[in-house]
Design a protein. Structure first.
Length: 329
């Protein structure tokens, strides 16, 4: 997600040839796994941070293609949310539930893997599993208020989103990729958004149904969320999750001590250290994670939050040098 570094490493223009630059960068850095590749790149003007896309959506300057968000709410109020039924959305009020979106979810990772070939594993990331629908379709305020005002009606809405996700997962896992990675931002910096009991009542039983096709297909299932969701790790493993991606707010040593021998654990490198730290700071941060994970067969070193374009190029040189130095088993 760093055009300047991709240009330096690949000696190609990532805007003129995004695929070629990406593939060459993979080879030079000797990366084992990526979510996918970008077939296009969006160049923001000097000083520009936002593009207007229309239909209430904006694109913010982030990485190779920007980050797209619904800037104008699709729903007027929590009461409006409570009247919505995802399975009856034939007019496409929420584009996330459309057939077009489903097809892009399934097709994107396969196309990426076909292009990348044996250079690396391209898993994709199923982004809007269940909780994420509430955030992205309704917006945080309407989501939280609707869930609090009428929990049982909101549960009906969640159940319909879960059915859509189950259908998406069933299509996704017909491919050859051995891993299925799914995402829901169930936590924030300070911890969980709801009380743990809310997730156990309304979310995790639906996860079991959503993930059933992946389990039946023999996939390794890995969960991804921002924030600190340590309290819910046992629940995630109980519904069939084989691994987790964890950010720097979670205690990697404790997680690996308990689960490092039989679970996949990814991440924990602090992107703030890589962005703002000295060379010694970056090396210490990478070595910390590598030392903790070295004896754990399922540990993957990763900078949580990816490596966006605001990181100094020199810092990335230090980061990847440290990964190759300390990451040997």
């Amino acid at each position: 997600e760093h055009p300047a570094y991709s240009r330096k490493v690949s000696v190609l223009d990532p805007y003129a040839d995004p695929v070629g630059a990406f593939l060459r960068t993979l080879e030079v850095l000797d990366l084992d796994w990526v979510f996918g590749l970008h077939r296009r790149a969006v160049r923001f003007a000097e000083g520009q941070t936002v593009m207007t896309l229309g239909n209430g959506r904006v694109l913010t300057d982030w990485g190779m293609v920007g980050s797209s968000w619904q800037d104008v709410p699709l729903f007027d109020s929590p009461e409006d949310v409570l009247r919505y039924r995802p399975l009856e959305d034939v007019d496409g009020r929420v584009p996330l539930v459309s057939r077009e979106k489903r097809d892009s979810y399934v097709g994107g990772p396969r196309e990426s893997q076909a292009t990348i070939g044996r250079r690396a594993l391209a898993t994709g990331l199923y982004y809007t599993t269940l909780f994420q629908y509430g955030i992205m379709a309704f917006g945080w305020e309407n989501f939280l208020l609707a869930a609090a005002l009428d929990p049982e009606t909101f549960d009906v809405i969640l159940a319909q989103f879960a059915e859509i996700s189950r259908q998406n997962v069933a299509a996704w896992v017909t491919g050859d990729c051995p891993m299925f990675m799914f995402h829901d931002d169930i936590a924030i910096t300070r911890g969980l958004v709801f009380a743990p009991e809310w997730y156990r009542r309304y979310l995790f039983p639906k996860y079991e149904r959503i993930l059933e096709p992946a389990r039946q297909a023999g996939k390794r299932i890995v969960f991804v969320s921002d924030g600190n969701y340590t309290e819910l790790l046992p629940d995630l493993f109980a519904v069939g999750v084989d691994g987790v991606m964890v950010d720097e707010r979670m205690d990697l040593a404790s997680i690996l001590r308990r689960h490092g021998r039989d679970k996949v654990v990814i991440g924990n490198v602090d992107v703030q250290v890589v962005t703002w730290g000295t060379a010694d700071d970056i090396r210490r941060e990478v070595r910390r994670c590598c030392d903790l994970g070295r004896e754990c067969p399922g540990y993957f070193i990763k900078c949580f939050g990816d490596l966006p374009q605001n990181i100094p190029v020199g810092n990335l040189d230090v980061y990847f040098d440290a990964v190759h130095t300390y990451g040997r088993r």
